[in-house]
Write a protein of this length. Structure first.
Lengths: 169, 795
């Protein structure tokens, strides 16, 4: 290993201090140093969007960022979306513990293999906060930075509408 | 969630209680996938795990003069580095996965991929050496230090050119680059041609691209010498054949090899190529080093190292009578297999057979030559050569309709096989080695539904005329196809009820997003009177189930689904027999619902969990001839595949100046027999159509004359996005298959198959330029612009 730098950042509310090589991608840092493997890597050149996470509340592609650039930030990943389990190991039958976007994806069949899904969810969290009542064109525009090979996007669009209805005050 | 959908067939019988099969419960697998808990191969982390990186050929064709690993071996963090010579006796070409089917006078020459290139490289991306290091970053650093000396040879990139006598020869042990020459005949085409009112001949090019699942391939291997177990996590669609093959190659008993296909991020065909060099090498490295080792493909690598599908060059003609009835079809084509052909003839036989479509074709001559080229290996991708055949037939019918002045829907109707004509023997051999016999179908009904949904009758005078009046170019396309699905040999399943009431279902097939955790659970739940979410499904772990082949050819629901059904029926029978003796009631008076067995009318009941406990007594004796527990294993092997079918219709707008298109409506009427889960079936269709739209208008693997791929990234190889794929309106026609107890047919690939043919017809209809014909797929705005310009210049 070459020269390392020390970084401190918060991920899903927990603070981490780590020594990392300057060239380590944020996506690899999250997945392989912190073992938060819910964030997926599909292309490593910023096209597919599978690795999307929130850095200080904004969607970013973690494969296009170095871990050292996240020093001092607050990062959110898919693992932080649902309410933490109560320890019983029994999932809530109505998915009430899931984030409304996660629950809507399940209800509308917005995922198949599920590999691209975590990144899409992390784009939709700020999108739905900023767009309480998006129309189909806005939803498709928001999704256009993500590639999905399984769903044809139709049920993802449906899931976003459903989630928007649910979270609207 | 199915307001886009209508059903035309009523349920077979009035259900006494809520049915599981035919319902759309939320998927069992989703919570794990939505929360980031699901395990994918790259999520496997083991103590002391090493990482592999491959050195690959930059040349499409060349003599491998030397490989110098010394600098790489010196690099910090590197544990080992190997080239072909280091493999010793382990170096062996891969198996011929699919030998040729029994077709008379067939010529077939094989050359299969090798673990690491030795003496020669035959395509860009062919692996030459492997570096093992403490981290993937260090492994890649060291890979860049490997000095490879290749003396370039002229590359074969073109099909016709590859067959020229002077063409560079790719495989020294063969006389030419001809991989196969196959003729299949039915009737007497030449005689039919003599009698024909018209013979219409065209040349077509149909290219098909990358599978591009969002998850690249990966392998983690861990040899544990103390427990004597090799565990391999592999992004494969076929864990059991991988287990069997690895055991044989490594000289281990199958019981000491466990292959796990965990959650897989999409497959679409290439994840069932066997064996990839990386699959062969990682376990060997782990055994040699005594440490776990991981390799994860990157996206650029996947464009060369993962198999793909490519082009076919067809010269085809159709002979028709005055009414547009097909007298015969003749088709001759060249097909590209890339540098090796481990998958045999599968794709081309699919093309040959699927060309016949839903039509009555009394005379057929189909002939192909498969050519080795210096491009990555070709194996099936969603559709697997079927789209090529459908394109040829649908285009010929469109031209026949034009020449005879017959409506394009009418000419198809006149040639459809009718429901009375099943089973229909096409008298040629399919890819599963069985005769191409269609089991059932109702093609005219699907066409009627599509015509109604897209308002075919009113389109020309309505939507199209109104658009024309505004100077816009809007066209309609409507095409048919069939898909042979659900081929053998067999799959198996084990169903068990645990004391406490948990229901387990284990099957051998791998799963890549098809919803098996739910649809298989529904099949079992239906028989045991529980909900789909009460059934815990395990797939793709050879330690849990060791018999089966894999997920391909749209066969999961058909073959594994019917095995689940058979196992569930056996368990149901055991439940009824035991409950009958416990409750003192006749079996016919018992009903299974809500996890209980009830005596109808009396209110007496016992839970499945309690019955399971009683079936595994701690005292007393299990009666001779019976087994403990409520568990059963069953298998299903169909005698031949089942034929799914459908009609796609589309309205699109073309801007003739920019050649950009916009899809205004997209309708799919599909028949996959009995539908297990409409939500999942529709999802499969949506994804297939999106893949087909990519194939028709966005995706193309562009190679130069040196067989170098020019667009090996998602920046340059364009997958359709959410703004390119329209809302798809679906309807189902249910013609149950008589060939399996559930009556199901496959659906995984269907959506992708007719889309190229549909685009061609709709674009021609929109532009309405005299003499303008689309004979090539894929299109693109550029390509379409050129075609429009050429047609106008000629016109």
């Amino acid at each position: 290993m070459g020269e390392t730098l020390t970084i401190r950042l918060t991920v899903n509310g927990k603070t981490y201090d780590r020594s990392v090589e300057p060239r380590l991608l944020l996506s690899d840092f999250l997945r392989h140093d912190l073992h938060l493997t819910g964030t997926h890597v599909g292309c490593e050149h910023g096209v597919c969007g599978a690795c999307t996470v929130l850095v200080n509340g904004e969607s970013v592609r973690s494969c296009l960022m170095f871990a050292v650039q996240a020093d001092g930030t607050e990062v959110s990943t898919v693992e932080g979306l649902a309410t933490p389990a109560d320890g019983s190991g029994i999932p809530h039958p109505e998915d009430a513990d899931l984030h409304p976007i996660q629950a809507a994806f399940r209800e509308a069949h917005g995922l198949q293999c599920g590999f691209c899904t975590p990144g899409i969810l992390m784009t939709l969290v700020p999108f739905l906060e900023e767009n309480r009542d998006p129309d189909e064109e806005q939803i498709r525009e928001a999704l256009s930075g993500h590639l999905c090979r399984c769903t044809g996007y139709q049920n993802i669009v449906k899931a976003v509408r459903l989630a928007a209805e649910r979270v609207r005050p | 969630m199915s307001h886009d959908t209508t059903f035309t067939a009523p349920p077979a019988e009035a259900p006494a209680r809520p049915r599981q099969v035919g319902a759309s419960p939320r998927r069992n697998e989703d919570r794990r996938l939505l929360t980031g808990e699901a395990l994918f191969v790259d999520d496997v982390h083991l103590d002391g795990m090493l990482h592999a990186a491959f050195v690959r050929s930059d040349y499409a064709h060349g003599m491998l003069k030397s490989v110098d690993l010394s600098a790489a071996r010196e690099h910090p963090g590197v544990i080992a580095a190997y080239d072909a010579h280091d493999l010793g006796d382990y170096w062996e070409p891969g198996p011929l996965l699919v030998p040729p089917p029994p077709i008379e006078q067939l010529e077939f020459h094989t050359a299969t991929q090798v673990p690491l290139a030795r003496d020669k490289v035959r395509h860009v991306g062919e692996p030459i050496a492997v570096i093992v290091a403490r981290s993937p970053y260090e492994a890649e650093d060291a890979a860049a230090l490997v000095e490879v000396d290749i003396e370039p040879l002229e590359a074969v990139s073109d099909l016709e050119g590859g067959l020229e006598p002077a063409a560079p020869r790719i495989h020294e042990h063969l006389e030419s680059n001809l991989a196969a020459h196959v003729i299949q005949r039915k009737g007497a085409y030449e005689e039919a041609r003599e009698r024909a009112h018209r013979v219409i001949k065209r040349r077509f090019w149909y290219d098909h691209g990358a599978s591009a699942p969002m998850e690249n391939r990966g392998v983690v291997a861990n040899w544990d010498a103390r427990s004597r177990e090799l565990t391999v996590w592999d992004t494969t669609q076929a864990p059991i054949p991988i287990r069997n093959g690895l055991a044989a190659m490594l000289g281990l008993p199958q019981s000491e090899v466990r292959v796990i296909a965990p959650f897989i991020g999409g497959g679409f065909g290439p994840k069932i190529m066997m064996f990839y060099p990386e699959e062969v090498l990682l376990p060997w490295i782990s055994m040699r080093l005594g440490r776990p080792v991981k390799w994860i493909e990157d996206r650029q690598e996947s464009f060369f190292a993962t198999t793909q599908e490519r082009g076919q060059d067809h010269e085809a003609e159709i002979a028709v009578d005055e009414e547009g009835r097909i007298l015969g079809v003749r088709d001759e084509f060249l097909t590209d297999t890339g540098a090796y052909n481990p998958y045999g003839l599968t794709i081309s036989i699919n093309t040959q057979c699927t060309l016949l479509g839903p039509y009555r074709v009394p005379n057929y001559h189909s002939e192909f030559r498969m050519v080795f080229t210096n491009k990555p290996i070709v194996t099936p991708v969603r559709g697997a050569g079927r789209q090529h055949g459908v394109f040829v037939m649908e285009r010929l019918l469109d031209r026949a309709a034009d020449e005879l002045g017959i409506d394009r829907v009418e000419i198809r109707r006149r040639n459809y096989l009718t429901p009375e004509e099943f089973p229909h023997d096409h008298e040629i051999i399919y890819q599963d080695f069985a005769p191409l016999v269609y089991d059932s179908g109702n093609y005219a009904e699907a066409m009627d539904r599509a015509v109604e949904m897209i308002d075919y009758a009113g389109f020309e005078s309505g939507v199209q005329a109104a658009a024309r009046a505004e100077g816009r170019h809007v066209g309609l396309g409507i095409v048919s196809y069939v898909e042979g699905t659900g081929v053998g040999p067999y799959e198996g399943a084990r169903v068990g009820i645990e004391p406490g009431g948990r229901i387990n279902l284990v099957t051998g097939v791998g799963t890549q997003g098809q919803g098996h955790f739910t649809s298989f659970a529904q099949i079992v739940a239906e028989q045991l009177g529980v909900g789909a979410d009460d059934v815990e499904v395990v797939t793709g772990d050879t330690a849990r189930f060791g018999w089966g082949t894999g997920t391909f050819a749209s066969r999961g629901a058909v073959v594994a689904g019917n095995a689940c059904h058979a196992a569930a029926l056996e368990v149901r029978q055991k439940v009824l027999a035991l409950a009958s003796s416990v409750l003192g009631a006749a079996e016919e008076d018992l009903d299974l619902a809500d996890g209980l067995v009830r005596v109808v009318g009396s209110g007496e009941s016992i839970s499945l969990g309690e019955l399971a406990a009683r079936a595994n007594p701690l005292r007393g004796a299990v009666t001779p001839g019976t087994e403990p527990g409520l568990e059963a294993t069953a298998y299903f092997g169909p005698e031949r595949g089942v034929t799914a079918s459908g009609v796609h219709a589309m309205i699109l707008e073309v801007d003739p100046e920019t050649a950009m298109i916009r899809i205004l409506r997209y309708v799919v009427v599909h028949d996959c027999g009995r539908v297990i889960n409409p939500m999942i079936v529709e999802g499969q269709i949506h994804g297939g159509v999106a893949h087909g739209i990519g194939n028709a208008f966005y995706e193309e693997l562009v190679f130069d004359e040196g067989a170098q791929l020019q667009n090996a990234s998602f920046m340059d190889y364009l997958l359709p996005t959410a703004t390119d794929v329209p809302t798809i309106e679906t309807a189902h026609v249910e013609t149950p298959s008589p060939l399996n107890p559930l009556g199901v047919k496959g659906v995984g690939e269907a959506g992708a198959i007719p889309v190229g043919a549909l685009f061609a017809q709709a674009i021609e209809d929109a532009l309405d330029i005299d003499g303008f014909e689309i004979r090539d797929i894929p299109l693109s705005p550029n390509r379409l612009f050129e075609l429009i310009r050429d047609a106008r210049e000629e016109g």
